[in-house]
Design a protein around this ligand. Structure first.
Ligand code: PGA
Length: 224
């Protein structure tokens, strides 16, 4: 089964950084068993799309909870689909923390994404799995990809222990059903191997900013 490798660039990079990254990342070296998804900030989506070679896929890091219309500053799911996104990250803990997104907001974003044929990658920590599920429409759940992202592991260099990840992945699958479940939180080229044994892939922040280090992470799919 193929494994997901999501590069979440967060609020990093300008046009110059994209050219360097795309110029360095070797698409030909992507193992067949890897689904590689790049999530640049909004203003770089078109630029990345222009240089993106198959089989790389494009994701947005967020989506409006509203459809096309008078919602100043919002980028909606129809617009993301239109510029070539296939996936969208929803409910990242940084959105919940700094932008005060609620479980209901995340549910509305998921609905907008699914209505426009974008695949949502919904981020969760263990504490609020049940509350988030309670806010979702049952019909939306089978279309999700879930990323287990423990708060203390994100950007800290303290990636979560494998036994903890296994336990929470099992819990997520028991609640969501057989959806793909990824792990995110300080994944690097050393730690990725253990997570690929127990998850459907990884969501990578810091270590995805340099093309070389992300390439090494993606290369781990070969060994699976
Ligand atoms: P990190 O970020 O790899 O820098 O910890 C992961 C994430 O927040 O998605």
């Amino acid at each position: 089964m193929s494994k997901f490798f999501v590069a979440n660039w967060k609020s990093n990079k300008t046009l110059t950084g994209v050219a360097e990254w795309i110029g360095t990342f070797q698409v030909a070296d992507i193992p067949e068993s890897a689904e590689v998804i790049i999530a640049p900030p909004f203003q770089l989506l078109s630029e990345v799309k222009q240089h993106l070679e198959a089989p790389l896929k494009l994701a947005a890091q967020d989506v409006s909870a509203f459809p096309m219309g008078s919602y100043t500053g919002a980028v909606n799911a129809q617009q993301l689909k239109d510029i070539g996104c296939e996936y969208v990250i929803v409910g990242h803990s940084e959105r919940r923390r700094y932008f005060h997104e609620t479980h209901a907001d995340v549910a509305n974003k998921i609905q907008q994404a699914l209505t426009n044929n974008l695949k949502p990658i919904v981020c969760l920590d263990e504490d609020y799995i049940d509350q988030q599920v309670a806010a979702l429409e049952n019909k939306d759940i089978p279309g999700l990809i879930v990323a287990y992202e423990p708060l203390e592991a994100i950007g800290s260099g303290n990636n979560a222990p494998a036994d903890q990840v296994s336990r929470v992945v099992a819990k997520i699958k028991s609640v969501f059903g057989e959806v793909p479940v990824l792990y995110g939180g300080s994944v690097d080229e050393r730690s990725v191997h253990e997570y690929l044994l127990i998850t459907d892939g990884v969501l990578v922040g810091g270590a995805s900013l340099e093309a070389e280090s992300f390439q090494s992470i993606v290369a781990a799919a070969k060994l699976e």
